[in-house]
Write a protein that binds this ligand. Structure first.
Ligand code: BGC
Length: 707
């Protein structure tokens, strides 16, 4: 790796030698999937800065073309390695970000990032467009699975962890890749969960709620960021100088590459109607602070013309190019353009074991009337549309869905669906397993239903796996209604009527409205998109080989009409509930049971040292891991502040019967708010500190204090 001063000097020297067309080309990121090979080569020879979605020998050919140009500036290759390097079928496919967030496990999420980096680098690539730091608050949005959930603190902690994993100790290492904090900013807050729409967001709210994960990403050294689609108060983010250049670069001190999202510049003309032509759009995007332009290929000529006509200051271009070169230098690409990675690391034992561990920690037990774990039974029926569907279990951003959806594509081993996991474990104890599909996600037939009922009748217990499919989520796939289909509900009712022990498992991209199922089932497990071993982890939980420890990073609504529903809402609702729904979500942020029982006591908080501590006892009969959560509320503040806000958490392993004192080192800033004139301050006055097992009042001990 090149040293910092040397990096600056070399970047500066190169910029000064580059012609205007060379600099404009350096700002381009060309989509390999939508141009011909000849066009791609022509772009490489022009001196394009980067390509996305290109693998193997194709990438090598482009790199050779780039290196044969006058200045031999190496290309950066980017890919969407979103939960593992999943566009490559040989890679380790990890739980989705949302599933991984259920672990609340910084170390394991970092390990996932590390393993992913090694596999991406082994493919010769440099850059993943991950993590997503958007918050998932209106869960009708199609991309909820890509978020770390609804909370800024948790999203920031998980994001910083995975960034550290991707980038390792040094960007120059053969197995490190660039991370990308995206989508900056507010993309998840689009009105009505309509992908890429305008946001109902003020700058105050932006800073208080949506900025903190990006601040943490910058502090973690994240080398790149991606501009969001959408807009704030009708200004497209792509053209928003205050947000991009002002807040991200100048205030937070982000010195990496800011890349637009797919076609953002062209979209200023064709979707947002904020620019009359590509020339105007290019000027707006460059001035606002975008350094690299993903896919809007018209930017190249437009930028050259703008500078030549005196409509764009060349220093804007220079600044962008300097940032791009700086990263290439920090990565050592001029000396070693191709990452070597770690040959043989694809789905290697070490990566698979990280994947397995994360799948285990992401299983959330939401209800249990004692039916689970299933013990002392001779037979079990596994039923349901997602019991044996690896595509649904993987979710978005794998070789089934990208670059183009291909349902006919054969899944690559290893993996285990819930059915396979149950079969494997049942075999070991000589238990009989029956399987029936029961229905599809959206519809079903009477014959399928009958078959499922028959299978269940002949068994001692039923595991029913419901959820959603790839067709129901992803980009541009927002839903108006998150209810389970009537086919799935009918299946549930028919099985419930048999009065056998019934455990329901949700394999889904997001919280679905499953109130009737939650009420009627004896036990409910949430598995989201658990990756390769998600099904096996569920089976282990079902049989008590695993004591569930996952906690929800996102609230479950009772009904789509209740959305958005999140725990850190602002007070003031007259009546405090809809006339036809309780005020609470079906399951709250932070919730998650286990097969043991944890007791909290002796909460203390010292306002001089800002040290909080609490005793946590495993009062049940099974060893387990509890995630202890710390929230606060500012009792009276000059503006509305959330009814509670997470500020710390820790995973604690406790043997049955053991007690540990868990301490948290907090600081004054943890209790701050953002004022209407956009300053972060901690106002003097009374506060409540709450510590416990979830965000629900009844799960929290509290202590009042004055600052
Ligand atoms: C998505 C990004 C992604 C990019 C490249 C866009 O449509 O919003 O998240 O990284 O495409 O695939």
């Amino acid at each position: 790796m090149t040293r910092p001063n040397e990096v600056e000097a070399r970047a500066e020297a190169l910029v000064s030698r580059m012609t205007l067309p060379e600099k404009a080309a350096q700002m381009m990121q060309v989509p390999y999937s939508t141009v011909t090979r000849e066009e791609a080569l022509a772009w490489a020879r022009l001196g394009a800065g980067s390509f996305l979605h290109v693998l193997g020998d194709d990438a090598r050919e482009l790199q050779a073309a780039a290196l044969s140009t006058r200045l031999s500036i190496p290309l950066l290759f980017g890919i969407d390695a979103i939960h593992g390097h999943g566009l490559n079928e040989n890679a380790t496919i990890f739980p989705s970000q949302l599933a991984a967030a259920c672990s609340f496990d910084r170390a394991l999420v970092q390990a996932m990032g590390r393993a992913t980096a090694r596999e991406v680098a082994t493919d010769g690539l440099h850059w993943t467009f991950s993590p997503v730091l958007c918050l998932g608050r209106d869960t009708r949005w199609g991309r909820i699975d890509e978020t770390f959930g609804e909370d800024p603190y948790l999203a920031g902690e998980m994001g910083a962890a995975v960034i550290r994993g991707y980038q390792g100790d040094s960007l120059g290492a053969d197995d490190s890749i660039l991370a990308c904090a995206k989508h900056y900013i507010g993309y998840g807050e689009a009105v009505g969960a309509r992908d890429a729409c305008d946001t109902e967001m003020t700058y105050r709210k932006l800073r208080e709620v949506f900025l903190p994960p990006f601040e943490k990403a910058v502090r973690a050294g994240c080398a790149t960021a991606m501009t969001a689609y959408g807009s704030i108060d009708s200004t497209p983010f792509t053209a928003c100088e205050k947000v991009l250049r002002g807040i991200l670069k100048e205030e937070l001190g982000f010195d990496g590459i800011l890349v637009t999202d797919w076609d953002n510049v062209q979209a200023l003309v064709t979707r947002q109607f904020a620019a009359a032509n590509i020339g105007e759009a290019s000027r707006m995007a460059a001035e606002a602070g975008n350094d690299m332009v993903m896919t809007s290929l018209g930017f190249y000529e437009a930028a050259i013309a703008l500078v030549e006509k005196g409509l764009l200051d060349e220093r804007v271009i220079d600044d962008a190019v300097r940032r791009i070169l700086r990263i290439k230098l920090r990565m050592g690409l001029f000396e070693k353009p191709e990452k070597k990675g770690v040959p043989g690391c694809f789905a290697c034992e070490e990566h698979l074991s990280i994947c397995e561990a994360l799948a285990r920690e992401s299983v959330v037990l939401l209800k249990n009337n004692g039916a689970l774990p299933l013990n002392d039974i001779k037979s079990v029926a596994v039923i349901g549309p997602n019991a044996d569907d690896i595509r649904a279990q993987y979710g978005d951003w794998t070789y089934f869905s990208h670059p183009l959806p291909d349902p006919a594509r054969e899944p690559k081993r290893p993996y285990a669906t819930v059915l396979e996991g149950v079969r494997e474990l049942a075999d070991e104890s000589g238990m009989r397993v029956s399987y029936a599909h029961g229905c599809g996600i959206l519809d079903g037939s009477e014959a399928e239903l009958e078959e499922a009922v028959l299978a269940a009748q002949n068994c001692d217990a039923v595991v029913l796996v419901l959820g959603d499919t790839l067709d129901q989520h992803g980009e541009g796939k927002d839903r108006a209604d998150l209810a389970l289909s009537s086919a799935q509900l009918t299946l549930f009712r028919r099985l419930r009527a048999l009065k056998k022990p019934l455990a329901v498992v949700l394999v889904a991209s997001k919280p679905l409205c499953a109130a009737e199922v939650a009420q009627g089932a004896d036990a409910l497990l949430c598995a989201f998109n658990g990756g390769m071993f998600g099904g096996r982890a569920v089976a282990e939980a079902v049989f008590g080989r695993l004591n569930p420890s996952g906690k929800l990073p996102i609230s479950f609504p009772r009904h789509s009409g209740q959305l958005p529903v999140y725990y850190n809402y602002l007070p003031g609702w007259h009546g405090g509930k809809y006339m036809d729904l309780p005020e609470t979500p079906l399951f709250a942020f932070g919730e998650g049971l286990s097969y043991t029982r944890y007791e909290y006591s002796n909460l203390t908080f010292d306002t001089k040292t800002f040290l909080a501590a609490v005793d946590v006892k495993n009062a049940g009969g099974m060893d387990g891991t509890e995630t202890v959560q710390v929230y606060f509320r500012d009792l009276v503040s000059s503006i509305l502040t959330p009814v509670k806000q997470l500020i710390a958490f820790e995973r604690v392993f406790l043997k049955a019967g053991d007690t540990k004192r868990v301490a948290f080192s907090l600081c004054k800033d943890d209790f701050s708010l953002v004022t209407p004139d956009e300053r972060r301050v901690t106002e003097p006055g009374d506060f409540v500190l709450m510590v416990g097992a979830s965000s629900k009042d009844e799960d929290l001990l509290n202590v009042t204090f004055t600052l």
